[in-house]
Every structure is written in structure tokens, then in C-alpha cells.
Write a protein that binds this ligand. Structure first.
Ligand code: AMP
Ligand code: MG
Length: 417
């Protein structure tokens, strides 16, 4: 378990920018360090624990890139076509054979190049004459249509780096090296609970003034996408003592404690008092909308993050605070979110000095450009605004307005986790 000091999340300023939050987390949260072995079929999304140098070149042997005819470069027709007798045939997986001088060898994609040959004519570019000879056109370059051993990756090359969050293509590379397992960082263990007397768990009776707890299931799903092992603690009531007790119980057995609701500064916000009873807590007043504030704490060395209760604020702050924390705990390389430019199809006014996120749908405009259409309503409690949109337009701190036609940065939901 990573042990963090009580002042780990201390921050001096009155307001914290999103970038400051991400930087602070990356510099102060330490990785858990423990590793385990994952088979290739279970490695997707895991964090690679060690560098991997190529144990063999890729491709491992020189082979043909096409179906055709192989011959030595010195025999290539220079200025007019020339017929060659064909002797030998080598298909993918076939054994290497020596080419006969003055002959072409029939060869297929992926087959090893016969000894003495270094060039392949595509079968589409040749013809067979009445004698069964292959007639090759002039003008082909020596080495054409051949994939030399190691052209993709030379042996010994640092092919996958520690801290890589494994993607399907990374796993393919490990398989191409003949590896069967990978050493990965163990999954980050996160305890999640919701707080609020107004919440009922789906499947239980709901009183007239209650709503079903939705955030907890959103957060659990987001954490799982980040590769975490999640303990679902359920809903805690707005009461200091039971909250403190629950926090004490889960700390030490988890790498992170995550809650939603109860962290504003109102008198009914009991999470703050609960954390302070068993650990240390700071409120990050983040310059972000929807979002602030976010409670950051340490309970017996375990980091605590208290997200706002409004679903959209919870979602947005998860992306900027929880995601970097989970990545740092798991030793993953920092993965900045890079918005892609799209064209705004909306008008928007905002305060300078804070980052705002606008929920948008993407649609192709008549000129082929991608346009971002703003969800018509703005409330931070509207789940439909997350469900019916494709992602978030990120408006930087210095922006004060958006007009139709402006270029804005878009973050698709699929790329946030
Ligand atoms: P709070 O941050 O506790 O003041 O809550 C802000 C708003 O978010 C309130 O309207 C809550 O009812 C709502 N809310 C809090 N927690 C949840 C949750 N787990 N699921 C859905 N809505 C919530
Ligand atoms: Mg509440």
C-alpha cells in the first residue's frame, strides 16, 4: 500500500486551476509498486511494470510482402521485359530453399525469401508465356516487395515501456515476441460510497423525498474502466460518527477512498467532519465548472477524495482529479487529455479565470467539418445531459465567450477513461 503523508494534498492558493490539480497529484501521489503476472488475455488495460526489449526481431525472418515471383536483384530486367523459367515454390510457413541461378521462384505472402533472392515481382505485374516461363517487366527496384527481418522492430529495441497502460496493439506486440504473460502493477483497490439522507439504493424502497443513488454506479463503472478493483460500500447517512467509522474501516485496506456528495460547505455536509475526525482534509476550491469544491484527504495514509453530489459535477471532477490519482497510484505514465479541434455551433458566455466544460453532441456540417452542438440545458444535476451527448467542449481559463464558427477543443467520453 502506498502511504501518503497527511499534508500530501495541501495547497496554498485560494482557487486551484485544473492544471495545478493534475500537477500536484502527479508529483505527490506515489505508486503502489506491487506487481503481479497477467496472461495476455487478461492484460488489456493493465499497467506494464517493466520495460520490454524485443527478444527477437520483427518480422523474425525476411519474407515476401506479396504473392509473386522472387529472384536476385542482379537478374532484374533493366530496360525490357524478360522471361525466366520458374523453379521452386514457397508458401507462408514453408521452408527456405536456395534459388537456382537464372530462375525465378514462385512465392506467396509471408513466405521466407529463398536463399540468393532479394526482390519479388507481384503476380499482378507479370504474365506467363507459352513455355510456362514468367515474363517480368523492367523497372522494378532491388528489394521491392520484401519485408526484411527487423524492419518493424530490431532485436533489443525498447518496444514497450514500464508505465504503459496496455492497449490491444501493445498486447499484440507482446504476443509477436512470443511472450505468454506480462508483469503488471496490481489493480488499485478503491472503496466507493455515496452520502446523503435523500438517497435510496436501486432495489430498495424509495421514500417520497428520496431519489435513487446514481453517482455510485457511474463512479464504479468509471473506476473499473481505469482498471480498479472496487469495493462498493453503499450509501452512508448524513451523520458524522457513522461516516467516520466507515472511513476508518476502509482506510488501510484500500489504496483510495472515493465518495460523492456532502462536501460543499453547508451545515448538512457531513463528509468533511467525518474525514476530519479520522484523518486530515483540505477542500480544493477548483476553478472548474461544473465542479467545485472537491475534498481531498488522507486517512491513515490512504488518500481520500470527496466528489460533489451533482452527477455532472461528479463526472467532470472525476476526470480531472480521480483519474490522475488512479494513474499515479498505479504507476501509469501521465496521460494528458488532448482535446481535438471542432467547430462550435453554439453561443456561450463564461467567466474568465475558470475552466468550463460544455456538454455537446457532434454532427458533420455540410462542408464536412465536425460541429459541436450544445446540449440545450446546463444544470449540473441533469443526467440526460451526459447520456444524450458525445463529449465535452473544454473552454480554457482565458476564454470569455464562444460564437458559432469558433474553433473549440472537444473531449469525447470514450477518450476520458
Ligand atoms: P451534495 O453535494 O450532497 O450537496 O448534493 C448535491 C446534489 O446532488 C443534491 O441534489 C443531491 O441530491 C444530488 N446527489 C448527491 N449524491 C447523489 C448520488 N449519489 N446520486 C445522485 N444524485 C446525488
Ligand atoms: Mg448531500
Amino acid at each position: 500500500m502506498a502511504q501518503l503523508s497527511d499534508d500530501c494534498f495541501a495547497f496554498g492558493g485560494p482557487m486551484m486551476s485544473v492544471d495545478e490539480a493534475v500537477r500536484l497529484i502527479a508529483s505527490r501521489v506515489t505508486a503502489v509498486g506491487e506487481t503481479e503476472t497477467a496472461t495476455l488475455v487478461d492484460a488489456d488495460g493493465r499497467i506494464l511494470a517493466r520495460d520490454i526489449a524485443a527478444p527477437l526481431p520483427l518480422p523474425p525472418f525476411t519474407n515476401s510482402a506479396v504473392d509473386g515471383y522472387a529472384l536476385p536483384g542482379r537478374d532484374l530486367p533493366r530496360d525490357k521485359e524478360r522471361a525466366f523459367p520458374v523453379s521452386g515454390r514457397v508458401a507462408a510457413g514453408g521452408s527456405v530453399q536456395e534459388a537456382q541461378p537464372g530462375h525465378a521462384v514462385r512465392i506467396f505472402t509471408g513466405a521466407p525469401m529463398p536463399g540468393g533472392t532479394d526482390t519479388v515481382f507481384m503476380q499482378e505485374d507479370v504474365r506467363l508465356d507459352d513455355n510456362g516461363h514468367v515474363v517480368l517487366p523492367p523497372g522494378l527496384k532491388v528489394g521491392a516487395n520484401v519485408r526484411p527481418a527487423g524492419e518493424d522492430i530490431p532485436q533489443g529495441h525498447l518496444a514497450l515501456k514500464a508505465g504503459q497502460r496496455l492497449r490491444p496493439q501493445d498486447i499484440a506486440l507482446a504476443a509477436a515476441f512470443g511472450l505468454t504473460t506480462l508483469e503488471v502493477i496490481r489493480r488499485i483497490r478503491v472503496a466507493v460510497f455515496s452520502t446523503g439522507d435523500e438517497l435510496a439504493s436501486p432495489g430498495t424502497p424509495r421514500a417520497a423525498a428520496q431519489l435513487y443513488d446514481s453517482n455510485r454506479f457511474m463512479l464504479i463503472a468509471m473506476l473499473k474502466r481505469l482498471g480498479c478493483e472496487v469495493s462498493d460500500i453503499g450509501i452512508l447517512r448524513d451523520e458524522r460518527e457513522p461516516l467516520a467509522q466507515a472511513l476508518r474501516q476502509v482506510a488501510g485496506r484500500h489504496d483510495l477512498i472515493l465518495t460523492t456528495g456532502g462536501v460543499s460547505t453547508g451545515e448538512e455536509d457531513h463528509v468533511k467532519a467525518g474525514v476530519e475526525a479520522v484523518g486530515s482534509l483540505v477542500l480544493w476550491r477548483m476553478a472548474i465548472k461544473p465542479g467545485r469544491p472537491v475534498a481531498m484527504g488522507i486517512i491513515a495514509g490512504t488518500p481520500f477524495i470527496g466528489l460533489p453530489g451533482n452527477p455532472v459535477a461528479s463526472f467532470v471532477t472525476f476526470v480531472h482529479v480521480v483519474r490522475p490519482t488512479v494513474l499515479a497510484l498505479s504507476g501509469a505514465r501521465a496521460a494528458p487529455l488532448v482535446p481535438i479541434p471542432v467547430r462550435a455551433a453554439f453561443t456561450y458566455k463564461k467567466k474568465s479565470g475558470r475552466r468550463e466544460y460544455v456538454r455537446v453532441m457532434l454532427r458533420p456540417a455540410s462542408d464536412g467539418a465536425l460541429e459541436a452542438v450544445k446540449f440545450p440545458r446546463e444544470g449540473a444535476g441533469l443526467l440526460s445531459s451526459l447520456v444524450d451527448t458525445d463529449g465535452l467542449v473544454e473552454l480554457g481559463e482565458t476564454i470569455t465567450k464562444v460564437e458559432p464558427g469558433d474553433r473549440v477543443g472537444f473531449l469525447g467520453y470514450a477518450n476520458l477513461l
